[in-house]
Design a protein around this ligand. Structure first.
Ligand code: IMP
Ligand code: MG
Length: 174
């Protein structure tokens, strides 16, 4: 079975590296940046982008699940794993795999902002703007894509395909 490749591993690596460099230059060389990665989809993106950020950086993980399964989210979001560290006074960047309707991210931004970080920004590898239901602010986006269901590089369909080193089109799979 060959899957259609939307973004190959070389384009991914180049873009992810650029995101890390941009982040560091926006915060300045000595500012500690605290990355909050959203499990599980963002684990591979986090692993690569953190290596592209020079200087002081830390990370933590949070997990959410939206009720319902399959290829669309229902909009109801639940926290399934909380952070290990307080966000108070920190410069926090949410690291997410993909913004689709925006419901997951707007929920996350709301609960994390309540923990009084000094600043809160969001970085997403992928964005599907045509699917947006809520106008959520994303400061850093890797790639803007069409309304196609994608897998790989951490993203799954029913827990499969996270291991692909590229972003593939699921509906291209036979
Ligand atoms: P949203 O709440 O609709 O923005 O959904 C965001 C979440 O849905 C992401 O964190 C993914 O887990 C999942 N998701 C949305 N689109 C895709 C896709 O094309 N492939 C894999 N997961 C997706
Ligand atoms: Mg996700």
């Amino acid at each position: 079975m060959a899957m259609d490749v939307l973004i190959d591993e070389f384009r991914l690596a180049e873009r992810v590296k650029a995101l890390g460099t941009t982040l560091r230059s926006d915060y300045g060389p000595d500012t500690p940046i605290h990355l909050v990665a959203v499990l599980k989809g963002a684990f591979m993106f986090l692993a690569d982008v953190i290596r592209a950020i020079e200087g002081p950086v830390s990370c933590d993980f949070i997990a959410v699940s939206s009720y319902g399964s399959g290829t669309t989210s229902s909009g109801e979001v639940r926290l399934t794993k909380d952070l290990d560290f307080s966000l108070e006074g920190r410069d926090v960047v949410i690291v997410e795999d993909i913004v689709d309707t925006g419901l997951t991210l707007s929920y996350l931004q709301e609960i994390l902002r309540a923990r009084e970080p000094r600043s809160l920004k969001t970085m997403c590898l992928l964005s599907k703007p045509s699917r947006r239901k809520v106008d959520v602010k994303v400061e850093y986006t890797g790639f803007t894509i069409e309304d196609r269901f994608v897998v790989g590089y951490g993203l799954d369909y029913s827990e499969r395909y996270r291991n692909l080193p590229y972003i593939g089109l699921l509906d291209g799979a036979a």
